[in-house]
Design a protein around this ligand. Structure first.
Ligand code: XMP
Length: 310
């Protein structure tokens, strides 16, 4: 792939599409939306407004860190606090596809509102090829592929969607992100799903349960990040297990450690994590997260499992 040629072409295309109108970029801090935002910022300058929706489902300190990384590159990011709306939309939902659909609906509602508020006619977002293939194949509902599945965002939401990365897979997106001047901690970053930690909470998605998985995720990323896996994270199960805390029995939460190796997320195999690292991690998670009594490690490849849990 000729990265420079790709960037030049996309910048030209974005300019042609948006013309003299304004666009909004949906930044989440992942590699895809970061590369996409930088492309759009290069193409449109101050015709682009960058919005980060804080849905309450992000990793630790994510909104502030994203704002500071982009700020350093001269791109201003507005954080929109939509946590209550997302938790309300997800309330009582336990079925994976219902959660995804609720997330997607809420995402577009919030963005639709923000795009309208900004007066922009275009929404730039970082959909990549794997998102499209899996949604068309019926594997799952992604939140960002409205047009590919025949829903017209202009009719439903009042704006057009621009997706400059839709022909690329993740490794190519990383090259583009790097060439656009983004720091290594962004272009080397593990993939993170659009619906965020909601993909890693089996059962009810409440602020408390998300906080548990958020803390566990930070511990997993810190310990297993050293192994440079494709993706490593924590999952909170809906089940519980008995443990003993301070001499008393407690029926607590179960955290699963999931670490996988993959090239493009279409298939994956479990990371061969050294036993001492797993032991350290299990101890840290149960020591530092009071509600957790058990930690398990998952060994299933994709297929038959998917990488995320919903
Ligand atoms: P699965 O769980 O389908 O995940 O094996 C494949 C890859 O996609 C990520 N993923 C998502 N990314 N929106 C995204 O932007 C989503 O709804 C979504 N669901 C899964 C997942 O983290 C993995 O890298």
């Amino acid at each position: 792939m000729n990265v420079k040629k790709f960037i030049d072409e996309k910048i030209r295309e974005i300019r042609e599409t948006v013309g003299t109108e304004t666009a909004v970029s949906a930044l989440s801090g992942g590699v895809d939306s970061s590369a996409c935002t930088m492309l759009a910022a290069r193409a449109l300058g101050n015709q682009l407004k960058v919005i980060f929706i804080d849905d309450g489902l992000m990793r630790q300190n994510e909104p502030q860190e994203v704002k500071s990384v982009f700020g350093a590159l001269g791109v201003e990011v507005e954080i929109v606090d939509a946590r209550r709306m997302f938790f309300r939309a997800l309330k009582w939902k336990t079925d994976p596809e219902k959660k995804r659909k609720a997330f997607r609906k809420c995402f577009y509602k919030v963005f639709g509102r923000e795009v309208k508020r900004s007066g922009a006619r275009f929404l730039v977002q970082g959909t990549i090829k794997a998102d499209i293939i899996e949604t068309q194949g019926g594997v799952k509902t992604q939140h960002n592929i409205l047009e590919q599945i025949g829903i017209d965002p202009e009719k439903g939401f009042g704006f057009r969607v621009v997706e400059p990365l839709k022909d690329l897979f993740k490794p190519e997106v990383r090259l583009v992100a790097r060439a656009l001047g983004l720091p290594a901690r962004i272009y080397n970053r593990m993939p993170f799903p659009g619906p965020g930690l909601a993909c890693r909470v089996v059962g009810k998605v409440t602020p408390e349960r998300v906080e548990t998985v958020r803390q566990a995720t930070a511990l997993v990323e810190a310990e297993l990040g050293k192994l440079k896996p494709f993706q490593a994270f924590a999952v909170l199960l809906a089940d519980r297990g008995t443990g003993v805390r301070e001499g008393r029995r407690m029926f607590g939460d179960i955290i699963v450690i999931r670490s996988v190796e993959s090239r493009d997320a279409m298939s994956a195999k479990p990371t061969e994590v050294p036993w001492p690292a797993l032991n350290r991690l299990a101890k840290k998670i149960t020591d530092e997260i009071p509600g957790v009594t058990r930690v398990c490690c998952e060994l299933t490849p994709k297929p038959p499992a998917t990488i995320e849990y919903i």
